[in-house]
Design a binder for this molecule. Structure first.
Ligand code: NAP
Length: 326
């Protein structure tokens, strides 16, 4: 019998990759879309005609209970969030409501609709919960036992979502797991995120549509992988007999400057400095200087490993945006 999967955040980067993966695996896929006039609805319906759309909102628990009744899921992937770190500083209370309390709303919706023993739940936790203060694991990268020290409203809200998921696992014996994912990017990444902002601007500069790009600090280091690889890890996490938490990462870290190096090289430019302006408006009140993940547990237990490397990721994104903007 085909399994049913319910995805919150279906219109986001990971939602699209995951919908495709689960459909290919034979799942019947349901996706939650919020808002009366969400412009991403039409795009999602056109690109993923096999997804059954349910109108609901992570802040409205009755809508989530209805989503459970309509979809009767075997697996719930909670990907919806206010997910942009910079935005979370400007809208911290909304971030708490959606990214933090929204997780509780979804877990309670599962319980109240009678799914606590039958439904498997995936929570999209994040490396931003570690905060980059690498005092406890110098050089080895963060793993599942590292200390948390979030440095943004987003990271703090995600940490609540992480712990409430663990709490429901321990309190109600739910099959509830967290994937602590390090940054993952790709052609579906929102234009507000720095990697896609760069790949898109580089394409537009090459095509004469834009003169320069404005960025914040170029020094932060991130562990960047490809989103298509990471949704495979999410699915593997829910196929385990026992619920647990896993770090998904590449085990490499690179600066934004290195991303710029590779992206501009793709269009034949070695010295990108004339094309990049630093704008204090993009600096954050508190920055995460370095994120480096240690995916040893996921590699051993899940048999998961990223396939796309850093240069491959940058090339894929620039190539995609060159086609998109041409
Ligand atoms: P994304 O592209 O920003 O997508 C976020 C999704 O959440 C969108 O579909 C958005 O829908 C939805 N959403 C926002 N508020 C909502 C609400 N009140 N009710 C229902 N849906 C709502 O994020 P992503 O990159 O795919 O990431 C997926 C998840 O993984 C997120 O939780 C993110 O925080 C987490 N994560 C991501 C990364 C990464 O590097 N990508 C790393 C670690 C963890 P709209 O169409 O309405 O905007």
């Amino acid at each position: 019998m085909a399994k049913n999967a319910l995805i919150t955040g279906i219109t986001g980067q990971d939602g699209g990759h995951l919908a495709k993966l689960l459909h290919e695996k034979g799942y019947k896929v349901f996706g939650i879309i919020r808002g009366q006039h969400n412009p991403r609805r039409q795009i999602t319906e056109a690109e993923f005609p096999y997804v059954t759309i349910i109108e609901a909102d992570l802040t409205d628990q009755s809508s989530l209970i209805r989503a459970m009744e309509v979809s009767k899921p075997d697996e719930v992937y909670n990907l919806a969030a206010v997910s942009h770190v910079g935005y979370s500083f400007k809208n911290p209370q909304l971030t708490v409501d959606v990214t933090g309390k929204g997780v509780l709303n979804m877990l309670e919706a599962i319980r109240l609709s009678g799914g606590e023993k039958s439904v498997r739940f995936y929570q999209a936790s994040t490396s931003e919960m570690f905060g980059g203060l690498d005092y406890n694991r110098p050089g080895k990268g963060y793993d599942e036992d590292s200390l948390f020290h979030p440095r943004s409203p987003y990271g703090v809200a995600k940490l609540y979502g992480h712990w409430i998921t663990k709490n429901y696992r321990e309190s109600y014996d739910m099959h509830a797991s967290c994937g602590i994912l390090f940054n993952h990017e790709g052609e579906r990444r929102g234009l507000e995120f720095v990697t896609r902002k760069i790949s898109n601007a580089v394409a537009r500069i090459k095509l004469g549509k834009q003169d320069y790009i404005e960025l914040g600090s170029l020094d932060p280091k991130r562990d960047w992988g490809y989103a298509g690889d990471y949704v495979e890890g999410m699915w593997r996490i829910l196929q385990q007999d026992k619920p647990d938490d896993y770090v998904l990462a590449t085990g490499e870290t690179h600066t934004i400057g290195e991303f710029l190096d590779l992206a501009f090289k793709e269009i034949g430019i070695d010295d990108w400095k004339p094309y990049v302006k630093q704008n204090p408006a993009f600096m954050r009140p508190a920055e995460v200087d370095i994120l480096l993940g240690n995916p040893t547990k996921a590699e051993k237990v899940l048999g998961w490993k990223r396939q796309v490397d850093f240069p491959g990721l940058v090339k894929m994104m620039v190539d995609h945006d060159l086609k998109l903007e041409s």
